[in-house]
Design a protein around this ligand. Structure first.
Ligand SMILES: [Zn+2]
Length: 492
């Protein structure tokens, strides 16, 4: 079992999962009385209700919240409204899934009845109906179980941020004023590159090679993206970040041809960036933020630590069992098949919940170190927050499913990231965008279009009958609010 299990354990902590949930921190300090010199609300902020602010970005809220004055009862009411909204929206989609399930039963009974004497057309139409209902039922279940709760978690986090950030911020400013911020964990940022975060990075090189070999053998590793220009570009950004990090071993960078919005580091300096992530990033500082986070996992040897912990806890078997289904090409359920077709290579689905508690600690550490590395490389550190926010807000419904396994306190993650950014000395002329990034996006666009087309034409487990009308999907358009999906069931 050893050989079989090791790569899986490595995966548990190596996926990008900048979005992995983190344990909630102790309650933030009680808000201080507002100073009289509270600055005016910035021009251009047209929100009048608390709810309106929930659709703003985390970065905007860090700026805006110190200027906002809502009462405790307004916060409580909004919190309550969100809880009720989630319940009702999840209920809507659960009911819908059930309804599709009943229609599915009917059509299958019908098929059985007419099967012997049906002509080809009738049979074809029934097959189309059945596969369409299956897809719709699975989609409704996915939204009820993953997409909608994620969207509401994200809004709750923003609500919490509006309420608690002003007090957090005062505390951070006080720590900066009295110099105590220098004593934080890894506060010795002048020594990046000369610090030892976790000794023994070089011991992971062999393990990393073995894991990659085994993943390839078992079909877990998507193919390399067949484009030298993009490979070289991502390599150059990653090498730049690595040179300004605490990584002491060579970094190998590979772009994978997969639409998953993901990046992961395997032990021993092996960074994998998936094509979907390049598509989702809008500037080089976002990409650098994600890469910094992944490099930090290798620097701190999180894979190694996780393997040790998992061995002690003796929790190999179940993960391996689930993995076997994916590895051998079998699927546990139509739900999993659907998730895979939705854009996951399946890696994210292997997460063992019992390891989440541990990996949360590691995620926070990788966030902190990753931000330091992006900063030390000259990048705009807010790129990390912008990317995180975008994925949670815009992609959360569908493509972020595997990332949000439990109720994720986005709040702590965002606040911790912003705190670290505030502690880092300001640098002039930080890099946000480069012409090389823009060129990469131009090269990428036709490759993505072609890959999407190829996938559509491919025979699929979910849609085995050819020539059927496309089932109506609940489309989530970037920037759209969950309110609309919840109010009319997502149908346009
Ligand atoms: Zn991570």
């Amino acid at each position: 079992m050893g050989n079989f299990v090791r790569p899986l354990i490595a995966l548990l902590l190596s996926e990008l999962l900048i979005l992995l949930p983190v344990a909630p921190s102790a309650q933030a300090p009680a808000p201080q009385p507002a100073p009289r010199t509270r600055p005016r609300k910035p021009a251009g902020d047209t929100c009048r209700t608390l709810h309106c602010y929930l659709s703003k970005s985390y970065l905007d809220l860090f700026e805006l919240s110190p200027h906002l004055e809502f009462s405790a009862s307004e916060y409580a009411a909004e919190k309550q409204a969100l809880e009720e909204g989630r319940k009702s929206c999840v209920g809507t989609f659960k009911a819908r899934a059930k309804e599709y399930g009943q229609q599915l039963d009917n059509q299958q009974k019908q098929l059985k009845l007419v099967s012997a004497k049906a002509n080809d057309d009738e049979r074809h139409n029934l097959h189309c109906d059945i596969q369409s209902l299956r897809a719709k039922k699975t989609e409704a279940e996915m939204l009820a179980n993953h997409g909608i709760p994620t969207a509401y978690d994200n809004m709750q986090a923003k609500l919490q941020l509006i309420q608690q950030w002003p007090a957090e911020r005062r505390q951070i400013l006080a720590q900066i004023a009295d110099g105590s911020y220098n004593k934080r964990r890894w506060g010795d940022t002048k020594d990046i590159g000369f610090r030892e975060i976790t000794p023994g990075q070089e011991k992971d090189i062999k393990a990393g090679q073995d894991i990659i070999k085994e993943m390839k053998m078992r079909g877990l590793m998507p193919h390399d993206l067949d484009n030298k220009e993009i490979q070289n570009y991502v390599d150059s950004v990653a090498q730049r970040v690595a040179q300004h990090s605490d990584l002491h071993i060579p970094l190998h960078v590979t772009v994978l041809d997969s639409k998953e919005i993901n990046a992961f580091a395997l032990p021993g300096g092996n960074l994998f960036v998936e094509r979907g992530l390049l598509g989702a990033a809008d500037d080089e500082s976002e990409l650098a933020g994600v890469i910094g986070h992944e490099i930090a996992h290798d620097v701190a040897r999180h894979s190694h630590k996780m393997m040790v912990r998992a061995t002690i806890a003796g929790i190999f078997f179940q993960t391996a069992e689930i993995a076997a289904l994916v590895l051998t090409g079998g699927v546990a359920s139509i739900g999993l098949a659907y998730a895979l077709e939705y854009g996951f290579s399946g890696l994210g689905l292997l997460l063992d919940l019992r390891l989440l508690g541990v990996s949360r600690e590691y995620e926070l550490e990788a966030d902190q170190l990753g931000i330091q590395y992006a900063w030390n490389s000259g990048y705009d550190t807010s790129g990390f927050i912008r990317f995180f926010d975008k994925i949670a807000t815009k992609e959360g419904y569908a493509r972020g499913m595997s990332w949000f396994r439990t109720h994720p306190p986005f709040y702590q993650r965002m606040v911790d990231a912003e705190r670290e950014i505030m502690f880092l000395p300001k640098k002039p002329d930080t890099i946000v965008q480069t012409s090389e990034f823009e060129q990469m996006k131009k090269t990428l666009a036709p490759l993505t279009a072609q890959a999407d087309k190829d996938q559509k034409d491919k025979p699929s487990l979910l849609m085995p009958e050819k020539g059927c009308p496309e089932p109506q999907k609940v489309e989530f358009k970037p920037g759209e609010s969950i309110d609309r999906i919840c109010s009319n069931g997502g149908l346009h």
